[in-house]
Design a protein around this ligand. Structure first.
Ligand code: NAP
Length: 284
């Protein structure tokens, strides 16, 4: 089994983003990412800190806007409007989940699609749906980069995605289909899940449950991508896949930590640079 190393591949993506940032700087543009965090969820704080660190490494300017958990939706929308209008800001990201009382859909739709570096805005989702992507959703796009780096071509392969969220499962299915994979999407109402997953040449698990993917669900020689970010019974970070047991059967497997999560941050850097380049052209 080959362990797909998210550290090596994400470093590669960040190095490319850093080189492009350098070129933009030489043209007088420093890509800038604005990150909004509402409330004090510890996991969100860790994610935001990781994103800021990656910006520093790549040479992207990062701005943080921390609102209290009690902030009103109107306050958040006013901030987004201000950042939309600020030509020095190329990317805007609002860390999810948002506190109760704030409507996620309203907030994500308020972000200018050209600055939507998470690619959650319906306009960007629509672009992905029609096979004409502009900004790509970071986690699924990061997985496509992992496959490409390892020389794994989804074309003609049976690809099974477990999970149908807007953030991971659905866009993952779209990207695999755009790459000519034959895609099946499974979810909590899927019957006899193992009979479907065990046909998969490429299996992506985005369920969010530890020990969910067991060896009986995996085809011998499959590529298994673990998106899950969970805590096990000892509070240790783990994915959805029973790593050691599935490693005996799969040909490729991503670890948690050290896998997809690192790619998500690297793709955010790439999207911020793409957004800056797009905005430069538009401003002419
Ligand atoms: P989500 O919105 O909770 O979606 C989970 C999906 O799993 C749903 O579609 C659900 O089906 C499905 N599911 C639940 N139980 C199932 C079962 N018994 N059999 C088959 N399908 C089942 O979660 P998400 O936002 O997609 O995230 C999934 C996981 O990925 C989480 O652990 C999250 O932390 C992690 N994540 C990691 C990254 C990263 O960068 N590595 C990024 C995003 C998310 P229904 O639709 O029927 O409910």
């Amino acid at each position: 089994m080959k362990r797909i190393d998210g550290k090596v591949i994400s470093d590669h993506i960040k190095a490319l983003a850093a080189a492009e940032t350098e070129q933009l700087r030489a043209q007088g543009v420093t890509p800038c990412l604005a990150v909004i965090i509402v409330g004090d969820d510890p996991a969100s704080r860790t994610y935001v800190n990781n994103k800021k660190k990656a910006c520093e490494l790549v040479g992207i300017r990062s701005l943080e806007f921390a609102l209290p958990g009690t902030a009103a939706q109107a306050e958040l929308l006013a901030l987004i409007e201000k950042l939309n209008a600020d030509s020095a800001v190329n990317g805007i990201l609002c860390q999810l989940p948002l506190p109760k009382g704030i409507d996620e859909k309203t907030v994500l739709t308020a972000i200018d699609p050209r600055k939507d570096v998470d690619a959650f805005h319906p306009v960007n989702v629509g672009h992905i749906m029609i096979g004409d992507p502009v900004l790509l959703p970071c986690t699924p796009a990061g997985i496509m980069e992992m496959l490409a780096y390892e020389g794994i071509d989804p074309s003609g392969k049976n690809c099974v995605v477990i999970g149908r969220s807007n953030i991971v499962g659905k866009p993952m299915a779209m990207l695999l289909m755009a790459a000519d994979g034959t895609v099946t999407v499974c979810h909590s109402k899927t019957r006899d899940l193992a009979s479907i997953t065990s046909q998969a040449d490429i299996l992506v698990s985005s369920v969010g449950k530890p020990h969910f993917v067991t060896p009986d669900m995996v085809k011998p020689g499959a590529v298994v991508i673990d998106v899950g970010m969970n805590r096990d019974e000892n509070g240790k970070l783990c994915g959805d896949v029973e790593y050691d047991a599935v490693a005996q059967k799969a040909a490729y497997l991503t670890p948690v930590p050290g896998g997809v999560g690192l790619m998500t941050v690297a793709m955010l850097m790439k999207n911020t640079v793409t957004a800056a380049k797009m905005q430069m052209t538009q401003q002419g």
